[in-house]
Design a protein around this ligand. Structure first.
Ligand code: 13P
Length: 254
């Protein structure tokens, strides 16, 4: 059976002390309140990673993730951080293809395919994000866009490599806007993604792939979203910055 995962994406928020303090609260709440088999992943800025991994030791329900990694193994790329460096901190996951990276840093499907390869080679598990803009949805292009993002970003992987991925459907129009996809809209896309995986790889691999929903997910709407048969958890932005809200979302799977 595929894993249920609730991942927090802190984005570019929280200084070092604030991040450690929030993470300590999250650990305590997970320890005290989480009774199910769900996995919690916290994706922080690079500066927190090593310390968060140390704090999470002994708590098997909590993992740490980065929010980006460079496509090259190493070299003269001033200011960049490699997958190998991230892995050396004990970090397990890395978000790739977030729409903010696509939009503000010009990341294309082609680049993201390379980033995915490098991350996997260095034993990181990518949380690979896909999703359409409002304009694309209004033009009724959303299925084509999602299909293209899958084909160009991750469908070059072999079945074993693909099995290490977590996917996240994040409609761009729902990110940070307070507008959530309805559970029916999200389920429709998640099922579409799962069917694409089944035709590319196999039904078994499709059934075992964790597909998260992201975009204005909060404690009030998580229950209905996560109850959909093809939604296996969430990628949480704003609400992951408040320990109570984040844990209440995680508790949806208790
Ligand atoms: P919000 O939950 O703030 O809408 O952000 C979603 C997101 O981008 C998670 O990666």
């Amino acid at each position: 059976m595929r894993k249920k995962i609730v991942a927090g994406n802190w984005k570019m928020n929280l200084d070092y002390e604030e991040g450690l303090s929030l993470f300590s609260e999250v650990i305590n709440m997970v320890h005290d309140e989480i009774t199910g088999k769900q996995q919690v992943v916290v994706c922080s800025p690079f500066i927190h990673l090593h310390s968060l991994v140390q704090l999470a030791k002994g708590y098997s329900k909590i993992s740490v993730g980065a929010q980006n990694a460079h496509q090259a193994e190493s070299g003269a790329y001033t200011g960049e951080v490699s997958a190998k460096m991230i892995h050396s901190t004990g970090t397990e996951y890395v978000i790739l293809g977030h729409s903010e990276r696509r939009q503000y840093f010009g990341e294309t499907n082609e680049l993201l395919a390379k980033k995915t390869d490098t991350a996997l080679k260095n034993s990181l598990k990518p949380i690979f994000c896909i999703g359409e803009t409002l304009q694309q949805r209004e033009a009724n292009e959303h299925f084509n866009i999602i299909k293209q993002q899958l084909e160009e970003g991750v469908f070059h992987l072999d079945a074993t490599q693909f099995s290490a991925l977590v996917l996240a459907y994040e409609p761009v129009w729902a990110i940070g806007t307070g507008v959530t996809a309805t559970s029916a809209q999200a389920q429709e896309i998640h099922l579409f993604i799962r069917n694409e995986i089944a035709s590319k790889y196999s039904k078994e691999i499709a059934d075992n792939t964790t597909i998260l929903y992201g975009g204005s997910c909060n404690p009030k709407n998580a229950g209905e979203l996560f109850a959909q048969p093809d939604i296996d958890g969430g990628l949480i932005g704003g609400a992951s910055l408040k320990s109570r809200d984040f844990i209440d979302i995680v508790k949806t799977f208790n």
